[in-house]
Ligand binder design. Structure first.
Ligand SMILES: [Zn+2]
Length: 277
């Protein structure tokens, strides 16, 4: 069976429910990405064979849910192949000076998120805050001063099976400022609050510097052939104290591909969160 990606795996699942939706191949091949971009991503250590990048917004969706613009790609360093361990972070992390509240705004109402989606966001926030980290999250009612703004994907992207996207912390120590999130996880995919919290919490994890738990072999959660994402030019630093390797049964919230199920923090996830923050 072909590998399914974080963004497309639920689309495949949904196809069992909705007779008219397109299959994964259509989803992935909808827009051509130039050879120059593909080779830049390959040189930086991203897997573009098993996980074809998508044209997305003003840039590309790489590894299923990492948003990179042309400027981001132009600044990627040549990547390294990495050893096989459990948890990894990017080079840039959020600077805390001991304690930092990261505010998140998500719109509600007709063009925003349903109560079920907001409940998922609130559960994701509660899960982070229960770990008593140097970073904590707080949902705020205005986008003006929010550190992270969660916005709806375009209808087209929601329909073609994109679940969410995020990026990595800035070189000045701020979290990535925007999570683009599907608004139909409850209404179209029927996910539980825990399943929604897992996907939103996954994007929040990228924003504060977490790589995919199984980036060294996406086949662990995504199926298909062995595929090492490399350090992607953003760093993939092993987090001490976490297990060697990753497995699907560990159900880390940072596995590259989701099946829509609830993945609260496991012991290694907690070790990794505590180590970084
Ligand atoms: Zn991801």
């Amino acid at each position: 069976m072909r590998k399914t990606s974080y963004l497309a795996s639920l689309a495949v699942a949904a196809c069992m429910l909705f007779a008219s939706c397109s299959n994964e191949t259509d989803v992935v091949n909808q827009d051509e990405v130039s050879d120059a971009v593909l080779s830049a991503l390959t040189n930086a250590g991203f897997d573009v064979v098993n996980q074809a990048p998508l044209k997305f917004e003003n840039g590309y969706l790489v590894e299923g849910d990492i948003y990179l613009t042309d400027a981001d790609i132009a600044s990627l360093r040549v990547g390294n192949r990495l050893p096989v361990e459990e948890q990894y972070s990017t080079d840039n992390l959020v600077s805390t000076t001991g304690s930092r509240v990261i505010t998140i705004y998500a719109p509600t109402g007709r063009k925003g998120y349903s109560a079920g989606m907001i409940a998922g966001l609130d559960l994701a926030i509660a899960r982070y805050n229960a770990e008593n980290l140097e970073v904590s999250f707080q949902r705020v009612s205005s986008s003006n001063s929010a550190d992270i703004v969660m916005t709806r994907l375009s209808k087209r992207d929601e329909r073609r099976g994109v679940l969410g996207s995020a990026g990595f912390p800035t070189s000045s120590g701020d979290p990535y400022g925007e999570i683009k999130m599907s608004g139909i996880l409850e209404s179209s995919y029927g996910l539980s609050t825990g399943g929604i919290a897992t996907i939103i919490g996954h994007e929040m994890g990228h924003c504060i510097g977490f790589r995919h738990t199984d980036f060294f072999d996406r086949s662990i959660s995504c199926g298909g052939g062995t595929a090492n994402e490399g350090d992607g030019g953003v760093g993939a630093n092993y987090i001490p104290g976490t297990d060697a390797g990753a497995s699907l049964s560990d159900k880390s919230w940072m596995l590259a591909c989701t099946d829509g199920s609830d993945r609260p923090f496991n012991n290694d996830d907690k070790t990794a969160l505590d180590y970084l923050y």
